[in-house]
Design a protein around this ligand. Structure first.
Ligand code: ZN
Length: 510
């Protein structure tokens, strides 16, 4: 039975969360419609709001109420109940917010803001030496931050940063899953490269006008169960999803790609994030508290990758989608007009090593992530120095993907993350793929006729499974626990490998 202290604690946490949602709306606006001359004022608005939100989050009253509520668990609040889980997660958030001293928070904000500007110039000029001093500063701050958070017993400094994005996971645990995954992926990619099968992507090239593509995107969103009365789709340079508030989930995409699937899959990816945001119990009794929030970045990414890859690149999807795609984009695409389901399925699943992570196919993608994981872990431990990053990067691309990196722009300067101080973020991309594959197997065991349903455009049972088993829990369970609860097994590389081996095996005749 929730006590008065618990209710007051939830109220304060919800207020901080509401302030956060105002900041999200300003952020969305900045990436979509804000005129360039409004950027400076927006930074001031965001800065002020961040300060107020931080004060609310770290208010001593929150600490007092947390301590009182923790004393109630086992007495009036049942251990293992949603309320007890909520208290555990509110404690985590409070500790993370209060452990960082104000001067570090300020230095972090100013340094990463300058570092990301420097990164833009360095990337443009493909000049790592220009970015190196800034990466050095960011790494120093990251090490200080890790020290403030505290390194878990038997762990390493990198774990303290991982914990921000994927609560509770350690570098050693990631290594346990990544190591066999890497060996099996390398073997699979070698077999693909040795295959004589010819798989082209010509059917995907369509320079359709943005409004035709937007129409297709919105049609697919509606069919898959994204509520457009509680969300919208806009255009931006870097696609993202923002779950701003109950009834307000915003997706963005872009229509600049050479292939129409660039925008379509981008939209479906963000929609996976968006369905998660819409499925969270945001307007229930725990609105604005951890029980109405996503578990982790890895679990969030599992939702986006599931709709983009497991659904979107599958044969059943194309059986359903092809007539609709032809109707809407056909007038702009000669190759598409004559294409068969098989043509689309094969073209959407080509596998070719490439330099840029965000453009990588499903088969090679995770190797890109593992390279970054190895490098940032080395930087954190001090085993790798900043000046040696390009060398280590290029060597890793040679040995993992068989590529000779031509310049730093297509090498270690391609991603923005490190300039923002997002150390420990990259592994969550692969964790997302792994969780997606493991969930996908569990779903297919439960919904035996899923492929037949998907090929008819019946996406409701899949969405319902995700809402019931993943979304509705909010942060009640940590990612590892949720994975075991839903699939009966700890996270493993096997389901993802089974998926890739079967799909690429079919496409390349392996
Ligand atoms: Zn994503």
């Amino acid at each position: 039975m929730p006590t008065q202290e618990y209710r007051e604690l939830c109220r304060l946490v919800r207020e901080a969360s509401t302030l956060g949602s105002v900041s999200s709306l300003l952020g969305w606006d900045q990436e979509t419609y804000l005129p360039p001359k409004g950027v400076a004022a927006r930074a001031e608005q965001q800065g002020l709001l961040a300060g107020i939100t931080h004060e609310r989050k770290t208010h001593p009253r929150v600490g007092e109420l947390l301590a009182a509520c923790e004393g109630e668990v086992g007495r009036v609040i049942e251990p293992g109940s949603p309320e007890a889980a909520n208290i555990r997660e509110m404690r985590r958030d409070y500790d993370l917010a209060t452990k960082l001293p104000k001067d570090l928070v300020e230095e972090w904000a100013t340094t990463t803001s300058k570092a990301s500007e420097e990164w833009k110039h360095a990337r443009e000029k493909s000049d790592f030496k220009r970015f190196a001093p800034w990466l050095g500063k960011v790494m120093d701050l990251a090490r200080r931050k890790a020290a403030c958070y505290g390194v878990p017993a038997g762990g390493e400094a990198y774990d303290a940063l991982l914990n921000e994005y994927e609560p509770g996971i350690t570098a050693r645990e990631i290594e346990r899953v990544f190591t066999p995954l890497k060996a099996r992926l390398s073997d699979l990619i070698a077999r693909v490269r040795a295959s004589k099968a010819k798989v082209g992507t010509k059917v995907l090239s369509a320079k359709a006008p943005p409004d035709a593509q937007q129409g297709l995107g919105e049609f697919v969103l509606g069919a898959m169960g994204f509520d457009l009365q509680a969300g919208r789709l806009d255009t931006t340079t870097h696609p993202f999803c923002s779950g701003i508030a109950p009834g307000d989930t915003r997706l963005t995409t872009r229509y600049k790609g050479e292939k129409f699937t660039d925008a379509l899959y981008g939209t479906m990816h963000e929609m996976g994030h968006g369905l998660y945001e819409q499925g969270l119990p945001k307007d229930g009794p725990h609105a604005g508290t951890p029980l109405a929030e996503a578990v982790s970045l890895g679990i969030h990414e599992s939702q986006s990758r599931m709709w983009e890859n497991f659904v979107g690149r599958g044969r059943p999807f194309w059986k359903w989608a092809l007539p609709h795609v032809k109707k809407r984009l056909g007038p702009h695409a000669a190759a598409l007009r004559k294409a068969s389901v098989d043509d689309l399925f094969r073209a959407a699943n080509t596998c070719t090593p490439s330099f840029i992570r965000v453009e990588a196919d499903e088969g090679t993608y995770n190797l890109h992530v593992m390279i970054r994981f190895g490098i940032e872990r080395g930087l954190m431990s001090g085993g790798l120095s900043v000046k040696d990053v390009p060398g280590a990067w290029n060597e890793a691309y040679r040995s993992s993907l068989g590529l000779k990196v031509p310049d730093d722009r297509r090498g270690c300067l391609q991603d923005v993350h490190w300039s923002f101080g997002l150390i420990g973020y990259f592994p969550t991309y692969t964790l997302g793929n792994l969780y997606a594959a493991q969930f996908w197997e569990a779903i297919n065991k439960k919904i035996k006729d899923l492929p037949a349903r998907l090929s008819k455009g019946d996406f409701a049972p899949l969405k319902k499974w995700l809402v019931t088993n993943i979304h509705a829990h909010g942060r009640r369970y940590r990612a590892a626990e949720l994975c075991e609860k839903v699939t009966g097994r700890p996270l493993s590389a096997d389901p993802l490998m089974r998926h890739l081996e079967s799909r690429l095996g079919e496409v390349y005749g392996l």
